[in-house]
Design a protein around this ligand. Structure first.
Ligand code: UGA
Length: 435
């Protein structure tokens, strides 16, 4: 059985690579030709652990990139749509890419005898598959869903930096659509691929909602612990780390996603919370809790800035080193990274900024050009600095010692992740969440 993947970003490329490496015949399509060429040559367009290795193995076995979408629509029984649904100014999601793909697939369906299952993996708000994509496919193809083709909503839960592992072993598979032969085929496909994962079958609206509920809950956990962290920070001796570790032992709470920090970033949680808020307001439900989750998240940056100001007494004209610009470790992704927002704020305050990041320097250069200094080694990045701000939990930063700090002009560390809370450092130390 041939599988098509339309959109070779994090989700699509991980899926195509994992399936290809397992020996499935996979055709991958991306409208960005230069990206397609890189992938064809075995180079991943972004850093993701294990991706390139898996991609190369897939290219040797069953994965081919193609130039014409028609090859997928004519040949593939399963067509995964994995294009982006970026955020718009008002918080809603931009459906133009996915609508364009659905229109093109619809046009091609018209002239094929193939009866594929079109699987929507892109994150879309409840009702999108039913009210937007299905009618578009029907109109363009002049064919009947459930008979000539099917559309199944299948949200993705993979984490960046763990994309390959999560694609190989998802904690759940969610399938939204009609209960017919197409759904049975999809269920069998996933059961064979991930025999251990529970498969939840529901309608498409609920599947779409599950994705948003999942990410909104994760964001809620983070904002909750960040609020507790802020309270701790104002209580001398109180430590959010011990609070989080202990409440995490209660099985009703669980230990994960309780790391207080500078706020959640990345291409998903901020966008999905905003989209849920926008969607909810649009249908007349005031999303009071999610509004608070977002407010707390935005407030974290202000708290961080005031901690930096307090630590350095005056920031204007000083050199400050930012350790970590990626939104989390083991990725070069800086989309919606809190660190980038902090650098923007510092530049407004006329701070001279030096940055270090093990993987994200090139992406950071695309934003700031020659406005800031980029340095490859931690020690060199700290040279002449009057304050180091740890923003990302890269493993490297947990090993910072007095030798690294020696070239600093003033030894001040603001640690938004408490990585050095237990280290014996000859420095003034300001951790977030410890009073
Ligand atoms: C998130 C979800 O975790 C995935 O399940 C989902 O599939 C993905 O979005 C998506 O919708 O595509 P991801 O964006 O890769 O994954 O990143 P997370 O690991 O969730 O981290 C997001 C942000 O929260 C990061 O800035 C991280 O530093 C922050 N975070 C996370 C905390 O501040 N504290 C925590 O305890 C956990």
């Amino acid at each position: 059985m041939k599988v098509g993947v339309v959109g070779l970003g994090f989700v699509g490329l991980s899926l195509a690579s994992v399936l290809g490496a397992k020996g499935y015949k996979v055709l991958g399509f991306d409208s960005d030709k230069s990206k397609s060429r890189m992938i064809k040559n075995g180079t991943a367009p972004f850093y993701e652990p294990e991706l390139e290795y898996t991609l190369r193995s897939a290219l040797k076995k069953g994965f081919t990139t193609i130039e014409e979408l028609a090859d997928i629509v004519n040949d593939c029984k399963l067509i995964f749509i994995t294009v982006g649904t970026p955020q718009q100014r008002d918080g809603s999601i931009d459906l133009s890419l996915i609508k364009s793909v659905a229109s093109q697939i619809g046009d091609l369906l018209k002239n094929t005898i193939n009866k594929p299952i079109i699987i929507v993996k892109s994150t879309v708000v409840p009702g999108t598959t039913q009210n937007v994509l299905l009618p578009l496919l029907k109109k363009r193809s002049h064919k009947a869903p459930g008979r000539d083709f099917a559309v199944i909503t299948n949200p993705e839960f993979l984490r960046e930096s763990m994309a390959i592992e999560d694609t190989k072993k998802p904690h759940v598979v969610v399938l939204g659509g009609g209960s017919d032969g197409f759904m049975n085929m999809m269920k069998k496909f996933y059961h064979k691929l991930h025999s251990d994962a529970p498969i939840i079958i529901t309608n498409s609206q609920t599947a779409e909602m599950i994705k948003y509920a999942n990410n909104s809950f994760l964001a809620t956990k983070i904002s909750f612990i960040n609020q507790i962290s802020n309270i701790c920070q104002s209580v001398p001796g109180a430590n959010v780390e011990d609070v989080a570790r202990t409440i995490g032992l209660d099985p009703r709470i669980g230990p994960l996603f309780l790391n207080a920090g500078p706020g959640y970033g990345g291409s998903c949680l901020p966008k999905d919370v905003k989209a849920m808020i926008n969607f909810s307001n649009g249908i007349g439900i005031k999303p009071v809790l999610l509004d608070a989750v977002e407010t707390i998240n935005e407030h974290q940056l202000k708290i961080l800035l005031s901690t930096i100001k307090k630590a350095t007494s005056k920031i204007c004209g000083k050199r400050i080193t930012i350790l970590g610009t990626s939104f989390k470790p083991d990725t070069d992704d800086i989309r919606d990274s809190v660190s980038i927002k902090l650098i923007e704020l510092l530049l407004k305050h006329k701070v001279k900024v030096t940055i270090h990041d093990p993987k994200a320097i090139e992406n950071t250069k695309k934003i700031f050009g020659n406005k800031i200094r980029y340095v490859d080694s931690i020690k060199d990045a700290l040279k002449d600095s009057e304050c180091a701000v740890i923003m990302t939990s890269w493993k490297e930063y947990t090993k910072i010692n007095n030798d690294h700090l020696s070239p600093m002009r003033r030894k001040i560390i603001v640690d938004s992740r408490r990585l050095l809370a237990k280290s014996d450092l000859d420095a003034r130390y300001f951790p977030i969440g410890i009073g």
